[in-house]
Design a binder for this molecule. Structure first.
Ligand code: NSS
Ligand code: MG
Length: 430
C-alpha cells in the first residue's frame, strides 16, 4: 500500500509539512506557468499547484494529465483561503499511474448515459456520497440490532415458492428442477425464530416488476426482521425505533453528506418515536376528502401514497389493510375478518412505502385456508406449514427497502441512484 494520506487529512495547521497523496484528477486548469489540479480521493478533494519554477518536470507532467487520470502527488502543505478546502499542496512531484486522454462522462451527460456507464459513474463524488450514507445507515441498523438482541441470519436466495405473489417471480433452471430468486427472506426467517426468537437478515430480493416507477427495482436490498411472541403493535414499535436510530445516527455521522442532497432536515429530525399511526379506513377517508377516486378495499398505489404523505411531516404507519389486497401469510384481524394485521410505514415528502410488515397467521388450518383462497397449493408450502405444527407461536415481522429509505433520506428522484448497479426491467448491464 502506498504510504499516503487522504485529502481530508491535510489541514491548514500542517503548513510546511511534506505530504504524499494518491487519487484521480478531478478538475484541472492552467494559469500562466502554473497548473492547478484538484485531486479527488475517497475522502474528498484538495488543490495541488504545479509551478514551473518549482519543478519543471512535475509542471510538464501535470500539464499532460487528463481528467480522471490516476496520479500520485507529493509536495508541501500551504494554507490558502482561496483554495477549495482552505489548504493546498505546493506540488513538486507527480507520478501519472494511468493517464486518461478523454473521460466519457462530461457535465452534460444524460441520466440514461450515466446508467449506461454506471461503472465509470462510480468515480463521481456525488455517487460516492450516496454510497457512504447507505453504508452508514446499515452500520446504524447493525448497531441497533446488536444492542436490541437480534441475531443476524443468512437465508437462501434460491427458493421454490412465492412470498409476494407469483407474478413477480424470477424463474431459473435448477439442475432438473425449477427454482426462483427470493422475493423476500421472510418465510425462512419465520423458521429461524424457533431457535433464535429475534432474527434479521440483509439480502438481495428480486421482483420481476414490470412497473417502471421511481421506487421499483428488480433487485433491491431488503432488511428484514422476524420475532417470536410479537404482535403487530409490538413489531411496529420495533420498526419505528430501528428507522429512527438509522436516521438520527446517520445525521450524527454523515450530516454534511446528507446536506449536500437536502438542506431541510425537518422530516428527518421528526423521525422519532412514536411515528403517527393511521388506519387504512382513515387513510381512505383522507384521500377521498382530497378528491382522490378510491374506494374501500382498493390498494393505494404510489400516486395515492404520495398524496397521503402530504398530511405528514415524518414517517408514519398505515395499518389494518383489507385482506383482499394483502399477502396470504398475514393474520386475519380477529375484530374484523375483512382485514389483516398488517402495517406499512410510509416516508413523507411523496416517497411512500418504505416498510411492509404484518403479524403472521400462526394457525395451521387458517393458513391452509388462506393459501387455498389465494389460489396457491398447500403442498408447495409444506415446510412453511410445518412451522404451524411444531410449537407454533404468535409472531410478526417486516421488510424495509434499503434503497427506498436512502432515496427518502437524500431526496433522490429515483431509487436507482441509491444502488451501486441498478437493476430495472430495461437495465441489466453493466
Ligand atoms: N419480511 C417481510 O415481512 C417482508 C415482506 N415479505 C415483503 O416482501 N413485503 S413488501 O413486498 O412490501 O416489501 C417490503 C419492502 O421492500 C421494498 N420493496 C418491495 N419491492 C420493491 C422493489 N421492487 N424495489 C425496491 N424496493 C422494494 C419496499 O420498501 C417494501 O416496503
Ligand atoms: Mg408492500
Amino acid at each position: 500500500m502506498i504510504d499516503k494520506i487522504y485529502c481530508v487529512d491535510v489541514q491548514p495547521d500542517m503548513e510546511g509539512k511534506r505530504v504524499k497523496l494518491a487519487g484521480w484528477v478531478y478538475r484541472k486548469r492552467e494559469v500562466g506557468k502554473k497548473v492547478f489540479i484538484v485531486l479527488r480521493d475517497s475522502s474528498g478533494i484538495i488543490q495541488a499547484i504545479f509551478k514551473k519554477e518549482l519543478s519543471e518536470e512535475a509542471y510538464e507532467k501535470a500539464k499532460k494529465a487528463g481528467i480522471e487520470s490516476s496520479v500520485i502527488i507529493e509536495g508541501t502543505v500551504r494554507a490558502d483561503p482561496r483554495a477549495p478546502t482552505g489548504v493546498e499542496i505546493q506540488a513538486d512531484r507527480i507520478e501519472i499511474v494511468q493517464n486518461v486522454d478523454f473521460f466519457p462522462i462530461t457535465k452534460d451527460a444524460s441520466e440514461e448515459f450515466l446508467l449506461d456507464v454506471r461503472h465509470l459513474h462510480l468515480h463521481s463524488p456525488k455517487v460516492a456520497t450516496i454510497m457512504k450514507v447507505k453504508a452508514t445507515m446499515m452500520q446504524a441498523a447493525r448497531e441497533w440490532l446488536l444492542q436490541d438482541g437480534w441475531y443476524e441470519v443468512f437465508p437462501p436466495i434460491l427458493v421454490t415458492g412465492a412470498v409476494e405473489g407469483g407474478a413477480t417471480l424470477f424463474k431459473l433452471k435448477y439442475f432438473d428442477r425449477t427454482a426462483y430468486l427470493s422475493q423476500s427472506a421472510q418465510l425462512y426467517l419465520e423458521a429461524a425464530i424457533f431457535g433464535l426468537e429475534k432474527v434479521w437478515s440483509l439480502t438481495p430480493s428480486f421482483r420481476a416488476e414490470k412497473s417502471r416507477t421511481r421506487r421499483h427495482l428488480t433487485e433491491f436490498w431488503h432488511l428484514e426482521l422476524e420475532a417470536a411472541w410479537m404482535d403487530l403493535w409490538d413489531i411496529m414499535k420495533v420498526e419505528e425505533e430501528l428507522v429512527s436510530y438509522m436516521v438520527q445516527r446517520t445525521l450524527e455521522l454523515r450530516k454534511s453528506e446528507v446536506e449536500t442532497f437536502r438542506k431541510d432536515l425537518t422530516t428527518l429530525k421528526n423521525a422519532v418515536p412514536p411515528f403517527p399511526r393511521v388506519s387504512y379506513d382513515e387513510a381512505i377517508d383522507i384521500l377521498q376528502s382530497k378528491g382522490v377516486e378510491i374506494e374501500w378495499g382498493e390498494d393505494m398505489g404510489a400516486d395515492e401514497e404520495r398524496i397521503l404523505t402530504q398530511e405528514f411531516e415524518a414517517p408514519f404507519f398505515v395499518y389494518g389493510y383489507p385482506k383482499g389486497i394483502k399477502a396470504f401469510y398475514m393474520k386475519e384481524d380477529p375484530e374484523d375478518p375483512r382485514k389483516v394485521l398488517a402495517a406499512d410505514m410510509l416516508a413523507p415528502e411523496g416517497y411512500g412505502e418504505i416498510i411492509g410488515g404484518s403479524q403472521r397467521e400462526d394457525d395451521y388450518n387458517k393458513l391452509v385456508q388462506r393459501i387455498l383462497e389465494e389460489g396457491m397449493k398447500p403442498e408447495d408450502y409444506g415446510w412453511y406449514l410445518d412451522l404451524r405444527k411444531y410449537g407454533s407461536v404468535p409472531h410478526s415481522g417486516f421488510g424495509l427497502g434499503l434503497e427506498r429509505l436512502v432515496a427518502w433520506v437524500l431526496k433522490l428522484d429515483h431509487v436507482r441512484w441509491a444502488t451501486l448497479f441498478p437493476r430495472t426491467p430495461s437495465r441489466l448491464y453493466p
